[in-house]
Design a protein around this ligand. Structure first.
Ligand SMILES: Cc1ncc(COP(=O)(O)O)c(C=O)c1O
Length: 436
């Protein structure tokens, strides 16, 4: 039950999203139900005035010649149109949304022919995660998640929106633990919220093709059993897969058109895919079987409204720069070069671990086949003590998470990886001897 009256525009969207028994509205949190885009507010009135001889609508400033009022010292730095100084629409620059939608089909061929929303531009993935949580997580609701996850999830899902993580062991015998996910999906309660992130931070794991099929089967079984599921899919590291047999598309492709009870929310972006961490451009896209175009549009409107109420709009400059890069003939080749650099480091890590069997006395490497990171589990040594010892004695930085050390091979020059692992091994042996 909503405690305050709903804005009529939100009411209209909710009616669209619950039409003909559609489950989408029933998966929304109170904040999700309240979300709407103010099409008739300042922005809408500004659109009406576009093309007027005198336009005194929008909160930007113009030179007397009508171009954006701007500092020359800034525009001299930019080889993109001066219009980039103005606001982007809350939904994102239309050409970029279209490009990203098409690019998703090229990167995820199984999505072709599956209806889904257009992507809405966010202030990178963190903001997209925040919005997804805002839309579906109610206070005290459980959020099913593998036990190894990016630590910022805690701030977003738990601290900001009062969710409660319901974790399951990520791995079982070296594989993604589909059986545990299935048990959680089939557990008590009708509404389920699940967060999946592949390639995973911190483990660098992506399910194999068989595991991805099994994940899909588990979702289908739960949905057929009457569970209504919001699946939040964090594709931050999409594309960085290094092994054969690993599922190369987004798990979104497996869920977006699976069952009328499953709302799949895809979060992705340029941050890691295009090596632009500081640009802050991401996307949120919705998929659900049986939704009509106006229902997808209603979800986009809710997302657009949440963008408007948090950051108003994402950086226009960053969106224009990305569009220019996507249209540049060098883009694909340069992108594969960077992929090759990361893959080389991944292969070097695997080679080091194969060559140094003695490291098995110090630590166990966790399953890893993709992404930026790999994790090790130190043997008989406290992971935090190890992390500190590595910083103090070996000038080697790693991250301690949940009793594991996370190693970002993505950011270590290939020729330093050998020393990195030798340092870890030596530090563990010293700590075991009590020589820290
Ligand atoms: C799994 C995961 N999701 C999301 C993010 C955040 O991405 P962005 O920088 O685009 O907000 C990160 C960043 O480290 C991440 O590891």
């Amino acid at each position: 039950m909503l405690k305050r009256p709903l804005n009529p525009l939100a009411g209209e969207l909710n009616a669209i999203l619950s039409r003909d028994g559609c489950a989408a509205a029933s998966l929304l949190s109170e904040r999700g139900l309240r979300a709407y885009f103010p099409h008739h507010g300042i922005l809408g009135q500004g659109v009406d005035a576009k093309g007027c001889a005198i336009n005194a609508t929008l909160g930007t400033a113009k030179e007397d010649d009508g171009s954006p009022l701007r500092l020359q010292c800034l525009s001299d730095l930019l080889a993109i149109p001066d219009a980039s100084f103005l606001y982007a629409p809350s939904f994102g620059v239309p050409e970029l949304r279209k490009y990203w939608a098409d690019a998703q089909l090229a990167k995820n061929p199984s999505l072709v022919g599956i209806p889904h929303s257009l992507p809405v531009v966010t202030n990178a993935l963190t903001h997209a995660l925040f919005m997804a949580a805002q839309m579906v997580v109610g206070r005290g609701e459980k959020v099913i998640i593998p036990n190894y996850f990016w630590d910022n999830y805690d701030l977003i899902f738990n601290e900001a929106f009062g969710g409660v993580f319901d974790t399951f062991p990520t791995f079982s015998r070296g594989h993604f633990n589909v059986a545990a996910l299935r048990r959680k999906l089939l557990g008590r309660g009708e509404k389920k919220i699940v967060v999946l992130n592949f390639p995973n931070n911190p483990t660098g794991y992506t399910p194999t093709i068989e595991e991805a099929d099994a994940i899909q089967a588990a979702f289908l079984e739960a949905a057929q059993a009457g569970k209504r599921i919001a699946a939040i899919i964090d594709d931050a590291y999409f594309g960085l897969v290094y092994e054969k047999g690993v599922f190369r598309e987004s798990i979104f492709t497996k869920l977006a058109n699976l069952h009328e009870n499953i709302l799949a929310i895809k979060l992705d972006g340029a941050t890691k895919e295009d090596y632009v961490w500081g640009f802050r451009i991401g996307f949120i896209t919705f998929g659900m079987k049986g939704l009509a175009p106006d229902q997808f549009k209603a979800l986009e409107d809710k997302a657009g409204g949440l963008v408007r109420s948090t950051i108003s709009s994402s950086s226009n400059i960053a969106q224009r720069l990305l569009l220019a890069a996507y249209g540049d003939p060098r883009y694909e080749e340069e992108k594969s070069e960077k992929h090759a650099t990361l893959e080389m480091r991944y292969r070097e890590v695997k080679r080091i671990l194969r060559r140094h069997r003695e490291y098995g006395e110090s630590f166990t490497p966790m399953p890893c086949n993709s992404g930026y990171f790999m994790c090790i589990k130190p043997k008989c040594v406290d992971a935090e003590a190890l992390r500190r010892h590595l910083v103090e004695k070996y000038s080697t930085g790693t991250i301690m998470l949940d009793g594991l050390l996370r190693i970002a091979f993505s950011s270590v020059p290939t020729d330093k990886l050998e020393t990195l692992f030798a340092n870890i091994d030596a530090a563990i042996r010293e700590l075991k001897k009590g020589g820290a």
